[in-house]
Ligand binder design. Structure first.
Ligand SMILES: [Zn+2]
Ligand SMILES: [Zn+2]
Length: 239
């Protein structure tokens, strides 16, 4: 996409060419590294518990990614400005723009949708790849950490796609089925966040952790604690 031909006004100068390059590199790197790591794990010595432990680790990874999505989203909605160095353009701008124009996300192509998260997912992949893992003698913990780390990277990358589907005017029937059954973020769940002042249901992978976070008032308590420690009040919620 040639950003210089985009006619509409976008917050903070919009989507820059340098960010596009970083995100393209992030998407390519993520898929190459994840594929190589999956290929390596297929050579693991067989054990009956590989399947059940792998499923448990994958589910926990989904919940962890959902929690991370909620924390990052809340952080960008609540603290800092578009002008904040580095973080402002790379993260905060996208969330500000999204409150002002929720449908903008539907105009993002694959790289603009998933690039930032794919680049971030390199971190859990790097940590997972650095962990000791013996293919010939896997243990429950070492196998769980491999699947959990790679699963976290996958769900972090997948988060913006799930968020985009929750805004899409129409989705593939398979995606619609997953949304109805709570396997990805549903429109009904996420619509709650888009009601001003945008201070509920921050999680955007599946929204699975929101029920617990909302019940205990997690984010309001966290904001009060930060304000108490730093003297900095949360910025007004909303655009
Ligand atoms: Zn928001
Ligand atoms: Zn949204």
């Amino acid at each position: 996409m040639n950003t210089e031909t985009v006619p509409r006004e976008r917050i903070g100068g919009g989507y820059s060419r340098s960010q596009r390059l970083v995100e393209t590199a992030g998407v390519v790197s993520f898929f190459v590294v994840e594929a190589l790591m999956i290929a390596r794990l297929t050579r693991v010595a067989h054990a009956w518990w590989l399947g059940p432990v792998g499923v448990c680790a994958f589910v926990l990874a989904a919940l962890l990614a959902d929690l991370i999505s909620g924390l990052v989203h809340w952080g960008c909605d609540t603290w800092g400005r578009v002008e904040t160095p580095v973080l402002g353009k790379a993260f905060i701008r996208q969330f500000r723009e999204h409150h002002v124009d929720p449908d903008e996300i539907n105009r993002h192509d694959f790289v603009e949708t998933n690039g930032t998260n794919a680049a971030l997912a390199i971190l859990p992949l790097a940590v997972t790849g650095s962990l000791a893992f013996d293919l010939a003698h896997p243990t429950v913990v070492s196998w769980g950490l491999q699947i959990g780390g790679m699963g976290t990277a996958f769900f972090v990358t997948f988060t913006s796609q799930a968020h985009k589907w929750a805004h899409a005017p129409s989705v593939h029937p398979v995606v619609a089925w997953m949304q109805r059954h709570g396997l990805v973020l549903s429109r009904a769940h996420h619509d709650v966040h888009h009601l001003a002042p945008h201070e509920h249901n921050y999680a955007i992978t599946g929204g699975w952790v929101d029920a617990v976070l909302e019940r205990v008032g997690f984010f309001r308590r966290f904001e009060a604690l930060i304000t108490k420690l730093t003297g900095i009040p949360p910025r007004l919620h909303g655009p």
